[in-house]
Design a protein around this ligand. Structure first.
Ligand code: NIG
Length: 297
């Protein structure tokens, strides 16, 4: 079991008597039901193995720092952060165990990565909690379907090659970031994938939203490299023509209200690569938007 570190939220307090910012309302998670639970996964190992630029291990702390003073008045809990090691497989299992504990109590994990290898741990918890058909909804510049040792570029290959009951939807692909081999792999597994242009210019989103209704559980994941580089520069593999902040806020809001959505992770924020904390702030604003739009957990 990996070490779990608690986060100490701090921020502006306007009036001691009124609890209206995240750092004032957030509590340690102790098994409560029907609540959103922030959970960190501090890991660089997946990006390192994928030959990317490391730094995402600092994401869970920096994104919480940005969220701390955001106006917020509803229930919110924090599980702590799983501290990843070079033993990525064990770290992902520890994240899966944490996520499973939250699901078991009928609560809703909101996970802050870590490299996108975060999603494999997220999935392990989801698969343990939910039998039947699972949909993975990934907003990403990359398919992450490499058939190699586990990294931040392999999670969906790992899942689809072992789980017949999991379907993969990928929205926002950057053509320059995915080779023919990755597209062939996607076709082999029947992945429903859409480039950024298809998301913008077709009815892909409506179609996907309709198809997602047919699953027992939907697990949603956002790779911050799917957002345009000028708004999300602090990632290992930036996208000059990724989602605009408005586009990604709209998309996350749209899918946040799916009744069968069980959890959400935001991955790949790398504070050492960031400019003026823009990427951490963007991730924090997306989580805040998600919390505001999804009325019940
Ligand atoms: N979604 C994240 N993907 C990987 C890059 C994928 C690739 O190199 O194909 C990452 O940043 O580590």
């Amino acid at each position: 079991m990996n070490r779990i570190e608690k986060y100490n939220y701090n921020g502006r307090t306007d009036d001691e008597a009124v609890h209206e910012r995240i750092h004032q309302v957030i509590k340690d998670y102790n098994g409560e039901s029907g609540v959103p639970v922030i959970t960190g996964f501090s890991s660089d190992e997946g990006v390192k193995r994928n030959k990317g630029t490391v730094g995402a291990a600092e994401g869970p702390f920096k994104v919480r720092e940005k969220m701390s003073s955001y106006a917020f008045m509803n229930d919110l809990y924090d599980f702590g952060t799983i501290i990843g090691t070079e033993n990525l497989e064990q770290s992902q299992q520890s994240l899966g165990d944490a996520v499973y504990e939250i699901y078991k109590n009928d609560s809703f994990p909101i996970i802050i990565g870590g490299g996108h290898e975060t999603f494999y741990g997220h999935y392990l918890g989801g698969r343990q909690a939910f039998s039947g058909k699972i949909a993975i909804l990934n907003f990403d510049a990359h398919l992450d379907l490499r058939d190699e040792i586990p990294s931040s570029g392999t999670m969906f290959h790992q899942i689809l090659s072992a789980d017949q009951e999991a379907d993969y939807y990928c929205l926002g692909l950057q053509p320059q970031g995915n080779t023919k081999k990755l597209y062939d792999t996607a076709d082999k597994f029947g992945v429903r994938y859409y480039t950024i242009d298809e998301v913008r210019e077709t009815d892909a989103i409506d179609k996907v939203a309709e198809q997602l209704e047919n699953y027992d559980a939907v697990l949603m994941t956002l790779c911050m490299d799917s957002i345009q580089q000028s708004a999300s520069p602090g990632v290992s593999a930036p996208s000059p023509n990724g989602y605009t902040p408005l586009e990604i806020h709209k998309l996350i809001s749209r899918f946040a209200t799916l009744p069968n959505l069980k959890s959400f992770d935001v991955s790949e924020v790398s504070p050492p690569l960031d400019i003026n904390d823009q990427t951490s702030a963007m991730a924090a604003s997306i989580i805040h938007k998600f919390l505001s739009v999804r009325a019940s957990f």
